[in-house]
Design a protein around this ligand. Structure first.
Ligand SMILES: Cc1ncc(COP(=O)(O)O)c(C=O)c1O
Length: 405
């Protein structure tokens, strides 16, 4: 049977990661994968995570039993509170209108949401942004959905990417009632271009009026502005507008728990019974896919979310990390403007972990081959890979690729 299996293409993000590892240039820079690095270019274990692990090892009231099918209950409460904010959480949880499943990070949450929709929705269509995170299309196609794209980036200015609000809204208007719409709650990957709060309200109005099924991908809460409350804006406004929504949350980026695969899929509904029904079915999907979720990441995230002191330490460091990325935006823009003499203000207007530079595929390959700068061939740069020691050189490599030098 295996003789008939065709070789699958390598994942574009992991391919760039592999090429970076194989590169022997001591000046090489990794701006491919979306993982935070400190100013020395090193991976970071957040202080709150170290504190949580210390507490867990000092007081091991836990053993290696299976978690319940739905996951770690206290972690899930904390995750709901983080997504919804204290007030909405109090209201919705008292009414039994928010329910959750612990998932294999954000990807697992998106998959379970896609499966839920494909099992129970009479419409089998998903709408994702153009462009979007590479895995969205594959996940929803895997779930048996017909995937199409809504306009997101203005095609008339690809070298200085900005939001195509009218195209975005028109495509939502044109969607069939009941279509699953994937929206990134904040820090849009790969573009770093988010709607303003005013623009979000227009998106929400259409989604609610057109009865679209909203799935908010919340992979970067806290990374966009440094403030988890501000980054929760879209989720909370959808709930206030009375929409039934899915929220797929990841703690990979904002807690730096990438490999622990810790996430949550929330549903917020308009009545208690449908919330219970939805969660019961989400458990069936996880049971038949990977049985139940891993424990250690849940214990760490729960310690952070449920202890005021550790939570405070976490929020503070998240703000510092996001500030470091912002300062890299300023430096990169300045060096690029000096090198090219053109406007690079889109770099500082974009937010979150990524910048959509506007470089063409050929220019990205040029950066890699001539300058050992590893970025995605779509022009996406992970800003977390930049630091005071490499940002000037990165700008020079990018500028050289534009000039064809
Ligand atoms: C937009 C977006 N959604 C979801 C994810 C899922 O991440 P994970 O499964 O590691 O939590 C990512 C990861 O890069 C992402 O960029």
């Amino acid at each position: 049977m295996f003789e008939n299996v065709p070789r699958a293409p390598e994942d574009s993000v992991f391919r760039i990661g592999r090429m970076f590892t194989e590169c022997e240039d001591p000046l090489k820079v990794s701006c491919g994968i979306g993982a935070y690095r400190d100013n020395d270019g090193k991976p970071l274990v957040m202080d709150a995570v170290s504190e949580a692990k210390k507490r867990l090892h000092e007081n091991p009231g836990w053993i290696h039993e299976y978690l319940p099918l739905g996951g770690h209950a206290s972690f899930l409460k904390g995750a709901q509170k983080l997504a919804l904010g204290d007030e909405l959480y109090a209201e919705k949880s008292a009414e039994g209108k928010v329910g959750s499943l612990q998932t294999l990070s954000g990807t697992g949450a998106l998959y379970v949401a896609g499966k839920m929709y494909s099992k129970f929705s009479p419409v089998k269509k998903a709408l994702i942004s153009n462009p979007t995170w590479g895995n969205h299309n594959a996940i929803f196609t895997n779930c048996g959905l017909e995937v199409s794209k809504y306009r997101y980036i203005d095609e008339s200015c690809t070298s200085t990417p900005k939001l195509d609000l009218s195209g975005f809204l028109e495509d939502l208007e044109a969607a069939d009632e009941g279509t699953l719409v994937l929206l990134q709650a904040c820090a849009h990957n790969p573009t770093g271009v988010d709607p303003s709060q005013e623009e979000w309200m227009k998106v929400i109005e259409i989604c609610v009026r057109k009865k679209l099924v909203v799935l908010l991908d919340n992979a970067y809460q806290g990374f966009a502005t440094g403030d988890v409350e501000v980054d929760g804006f879209a989720i909370r406004e959808f709930v206030k507008a009375g929409a039934d929504i899915f929220v797929a949350c990841s703690f990979a980026k904002n807690m730096g728990l990438y490999g622990e695969r810790i996430g949550a899929l929330h549903v917020v509904t308009n009545d208690k019974e449908s919330c219970l029904d939805a969660v019961s079915q989400m458990k069936i999907i996880s049971r038949t896919t990977y049985s139940n979720p891993p424990q250690f990441g849940a214990l760490i995230a729960d310690t952070i979310l449920s202890d005021d002191k550790v939570y405070g330490v976490w929020k503070e460091q998240l703000a510092v990390m996001s500030e470091r990325i912002k300062s890299m935006r300023g430096l990169l823009r300045g060096y690029l403007e000096a090198e090219t003499g053109t406007d690079w203000s889109h770099i500082t207007k974009q937010i979150g972990m990524f910048s959509y530079t506007g470089l063409t595929k050929e220019q990205c390959i040029h950066c890699r081959e001539k300058g050992s700068l590893f970025m995605l061939e779509t022009g996406r740069v992970s800003m977390a890979g930049l630091n005071e020691g490499n940002v000037e050189r990165v700008a020079k490599v990018m500028a050289a690729s534009i000039k064809g030098e």
